[in-house]
Design a binder for this molecule. Sequence first.
Ligand code: PLP
Length: 360
Amino acid sequence: MLQSLEIELTKTKKQQPPAEQLGFGNYYTDHMFIMNYEDGKGWNTPRIVPYQPIVLDPAAKVFHYGQTIFEGLKAYKTDDGRVLLFRPHKNIQRMNRSNERLSVPELIIDDAIEALKQLLAVDQNWIPTAPGTSLYIRPFIIATQPQLGVAPSTHYQFIIIMSPVGAYYTEGVNPVKIFVESEYVRSVKGGVGEAKTAGNYAAGLKAQEIAKEKGYSQVLWLDGVHRKYIEEVGSMNVFFKINGIVHTPALNGSILDGVTRNSIIQLLNHWNITVEERPITIEELYEANRKGELEEAFGTGTAAVISPIGELNWQGEVLVINEGRTGELSKKLYDTLTGIQMGKIADPFGWMVEATGIRV
Ligand SMILES: *Cc1c(COP(=O)(O)O)cnc(C)c1O
């Protein structure tokens, strides 16, 4: 594979923003990776070029039928200057599952990883090192065939952009307030909820806007059939600690299979803390709280890593978790996972993939 991926490089350099100004997804590195796809020809012409606008035909299928996939992962720079990617194969494998669902051609996994590593090598001086910061990587695929017919595109582009980021939530790792959505739904089994595809997020904006107006930072989605089972939050999977046992909704075909979710389950198993993956109802959560058994709640995702949940509002009934403070387990999970990611503590799972020294 490596030989097949002869990446052409055009270099540039621009000024970097100060670390305290980063926020999330506001700045982009010097370069981006692009590769084309054409039916009959496959993926071709891999190149690293200066970060720049892309020119597309207004009839490109991505604009009309939403045939597009994205991923999100992070890179970190260790104190001794190594560049580490967190479980990149998981993201590219998931991208291929999303591709399959949206009738987008599969990527060759090793080539996509090679593209990630080479782009990182070129822009490694963009990886911020202050606590809580990292380099967020956004690979995505768009359907570019200019043809107004509902059919899979014959042409695509695979693009990788990278953004130095600070903390995801302006509140930092403090607990967030979440609105439990009873009217709108995010997805149903058989739909595209399992795929990281744009439409899922556009469909969620309305509910998110309403929640924001009410003073809540995110929406907790319930299942689309019964409006009863807990699914996930915005772009995070959710966990609840009830009576010493950690519960998370089982992957049911409408929830995204988060890499962070999977890592948290592995960490908890490693610590001999029981994790139950099963359908969880919202009533059950309120009942556990009434009995004083709901100890902690948190969301998991690449962007925020761990986001403690301090309050839920379901049909006007407010539930305060752990007095609105960050729970001990949430804190320990955050510290451990970010410690592994930054190369500060041992990685017993072999999650980190080193990306330096490929090409500069
Ligand atoms: C990306 C995403 C997640 C989290 O997945 P990670 O791989 O942990 O980043 C959860 N839910 C949705 C809807 C997402 O888009």
